[in-house]
Design a protein around this ligand. Structure first.
Ligand code: G3H
Ligand code: ZN
Length: 279
């Protein structure tokens, strides 16, 4: 069932559970995370990041995700992750994405507000949800030149008063692309942000957050958590093992079987951690 993310993320921000946004790159991982969502009767957000957009054009990924969404009863959001240009957002809207993130985190506050307002205008009357970012979640990847700027609570008040986005990504201690769980959330800062806005919050870089802190986030107004690296590691590491263990195998559908199972298992583990119970 195809949806945008406003309702499921708003419900999740009331406490008890959080909706995962998974970075996916094609049929194999998109199907694996939908299979995981079905086990929990939970919504799932399929997210295309810039690497995904470079790999597969938005019309192709949208057609693929639409077809998968139409064949399941769980709510499926098709979301553009970390878009930094209006041009990319317009392409996603045209391709049929139901949700977009405008990432103005590197811009001065006024410019981030102005640009995000423009994105709201572009999506108005199209039933497309909009996520923005305030503060800046850094990358552990040296190729990504993104500063770490913690979210200023009073900025969150001004931002969401002026731009009524459906979800707001905040920088409260997590880092993108960590391969081990070592990041700690600044819960005092998160509580200050909560006092300033009713908009559901989003945490990026979930792969690197310690489990204890993820569990603690369930009782905050965080409604969505983005997960990428943990699933890419599950796929890539299993595929490497497969290739090395079966030197005569060249059929990719066979080589992909165990990596798909591994991605589904990793996604299921995240659903459990995010408060969902198997049906
Ligand atoms: O927007 C995507 C995410 O924030 C994913 O972060 O790869 O560190 O889990 P991660
Ligand atoms: Zn992110």
């Amino acid at each position: 069932m195809l949806v945008n993310m406003s309702e499921c993320v708003r419900d999740a921000s009331q406490g008890q559970w959080i909706v995962p946004g998974f970075n996916v790159f094609g049929y194999e991982d998109a199907l694996a995370v939908i299979n995981a969502a079905e086990k929990f009767n939970a919504p799932v957000i399929l997210m295309s990041n810039s690497d995904a957009v470079e790999h597969m054009d938005l019309n192709s990924s949208s057609a693929l995700f639409h077809s998968l969404a139409e064949s399941t009863d769980v709510p499926v959001v098709i979301h553009l992750d970390h878009a930094k240009t209006f041009e990319l957002i317009l392409r996603a809207i045209k391709a049929g994405y139901t949700s977009v993130m405008y990432d103005g985190s590197a811009l001065p506050l006024e410019e981030n507000i102005k640009n995000t307002q423009h994105v709201l205008e572009l999506t108005r009357e199209k039933n497309i949800s909009v996520e923005a970012e305030l503060g800046s979640v850094p990358y552990t990847d040296r190729n990504e030149d993104v500063k770490s700027i913690m979210t200023v609570p009073e900025d969150a008040r001004r931002f969401t008063d002026e731009v009524p986005v459906h979800a707001l990504a905040v920088a409260v201690g997590s880092l993108h692309r960590m391969q081990t769980k070592a990041a700690r959330i600044n819960f005092d800062l998160l509580a200050e942000v909560k006092k300033c806005t009713n908009v559901p919050l989003v945490i990026h870089g979930t792969s690197g957050i310690v489990d204890k802190d993820v569990k603690k986030l369930l009782s905050t107004n965080v409604g969505k958590m983005n997960i990428g690296t943990a699933l890419r590691m599950a796929f890539g590491e299993t595929l490497r093992r497969e290739v090395l263990a079966k030197p005569d195998e060249f059929d990719r559908v066979k080589l992909f079987r165990n990596p798909m199972t591994a991605v589904q298992a990793a996604a299921e583990e995240k659903y459990r951690l995010l408060g969902w119970v198997e049906r």
